[in-house]
Design a protein around this ligand. Sequence first.
Ligand code: GUN
Length: 192
Amino acid sequence: MKKILAVCWLIFVILACFSKKETPVTNITVQELIALFGLQPHPEGGYYKETYRAKGTIAKNALPDVFQGDRNYSTAIYYLLPEGTKSQLHRLSSDEVFHFYLGDPLTVVEITPAGKIKKTILGQDVKAGQSLQYIVRAGNWFGAYPNQGSRFSLIGATVAPGFDFQDFELGNRLDLLKQFPHAKEVIELLGH
Ligand code: GUN
């Protein structure tokens, strides 16, 4: 009897191992993600869809001078960076919070106003030091690229005060090279 139970248990374990399915989401393609979330090309590169815009607004006169109008309290987007694409260097007037959702790791590169270069890997491998969440401070130049071998990275990006293209500046490669000559490699890779 014990032998029969042991054999049944063994068969059960073997079947369980072989029937272990990958979660369907690991098979999703870039085109499926674009269609599923209604993503649009972003001027900096990659694809995005705004998912949230707070109804409330903050009056211009209550905001710092960098904001040239009223702004919603906060906004959020999905942002997709497929293999072979990049987010070109740009800067915002608000801090931007990134959340890693799906896919493979990407590297966020920043140049601070003082010229410090920072690289941060967003991804799920938290044991290897990858970040699930990362904040880029307002005023830092930043861009991103999928890591070697990454098929795509799908992240979220939240800003407060809310996003407005008036507060978005794409970096000009030549201007950035003049200001940050030591960051030539980064600027040539991600400059506009
Ligand atoms: N809405 C449109 N573009 C952007 C962006 O780059 N970041 C955020 N947070 N919202 C956006």
